[in-house]
Design a protein around this ligand. Sequence first.
Ligand SMILES: [Zn+2]
Ligand SMILES: [Zn+2]
Length: 68
Amino acid sequence: MRDWLFLACEAGHDWQSIGGCNAGCGPDCSCSVPVNICSRCGDCDYGDNEDARQVRASCRLGSDEYRV
Ligand SMILES: [Zn+2]
Ligand SMILES: [Zn+2]
């Protein structure tokens, strides 16, 4: 039984960074966002996380702060 693993994840996944991918916030976008995978259940956020939201928001504002 692995049910307890998923119960634990209901409160929040144990994200581990596995790298990054293109933010995809625009046709000329070259931003990258972190991609995380849960060490318990193996779920992947595919770049859907708070850091990615900050990168995309920053890109819209024309800031280079989060660009790599
Ligand atoms: Zn999880
Ligand atoms: Zn961008």
